[in-house]
Design a protein around this ligand. Structure first.
Ligand SMILES: [Zn+2]
Ligand SMILES: [Zn+2]
Length: 231
């Protein structure tokens, strides 16, 4: 049965969204935003009559600094366990994830400048659970299916809730009207295979880390367009 949309609380922490999924026996947080945002998360949750200490699990779509900047602080305040893909647990432990490759001329330049400025560091965290391909969790009043969707990074994960909505991290960006193609991706062929994997699920809505939720039809159109260009 479809989840009530008000049971997903999107919270923008810096440039990226994190998502709070409440349930009577504990909440799940997907991603942890940019740095120094723990206080903001706490105040938004209070407005919604939730408490940061209800968070049991923090599941990371990947470990770029804009998604894990406040992870150390949030983990500490919540007493939560952190889940990450095995290919990114070492980055998380050292507090630095390499910047992704640009997929457009403008973003290629941005990445070169970012590398010179050594952007990409954040407070280090040791993960509690490391995922290799997929994982099913059923202790909350919704089902969680975590699957590997490499492309943006090798360890990118998608979290599917009730076989209906997916949290895709930076596997899609909804910042352009014509496509959800990400401006950054380490492996574009792998990215399109991951989109294909997601289109084979029954999900109707995809929540990216940047931009508004994406309807399945927009992903389908973007996929058809992109497969013509990416080899
Ligand atoms: Zn990213
Ligand atoms: Zn991002």
């Amino acid at each position: 049965m479809h989840r009530e949309p008000n049971r997903i609380i999107p919270i923008r922490l810096g440039s990226a969204y994190c998502f709070y999924l409440p349930s009577p026996n504990g909440a799940v947080l997907i991603d942890a935003g940019g740095q120094n945002k723990e206080h903001h998360l706490r105040s938004v949750l209070t407005v919604h009559e939730h408490d940061i200490r209800d968070i049991q699990y923090i599941i990371l779509t990947h470990t770029h600094h804009d998604h894990v900047g406040s992870l150390a602080e949030i983990k500490r305040s919540a007493g939560a366990k952190v889940f990450v893909h095995k290919d990114e647990s070492a980055f998380l432990k050292r507090g630095r994830t390499p910047l992704p490759k640009g997929t457009l001329l403008g973003t290629k330049t941005m990445v070169s400048i970012g590398k010179m400025l050594r952007i990409g560091s954040y407070p280090a965290v040791e993960a509690d659970f490391v995922i290799s391909d997929e994982l099913q969790l059923s202790e909350f009043d919704y089902s969680l299916h975590i699957i590997s969707t490499p492309g943006h990074t090798a360890g990118s994960l998608t979290i599917i809730v009730d076989d209906d909505v997916a949290f895709v991290g930076d596997t899609m960006f909804n910042i352009r009207p014509d496509t959800v193609y990400p401006p950054f991706a380490n492996d574009e062929a792998a990215l399109l295979s991951s989109w294909n994997r997601l289109l084979k699920t029954s999900c109707r809505l995809f929540y990216p880390g940047h931009g508004k939720p994406i309807e399945r039809a927009k992903l389908e159109r973007s996929y058809e367009k992109a497969i013509k260009h990416v080899k």
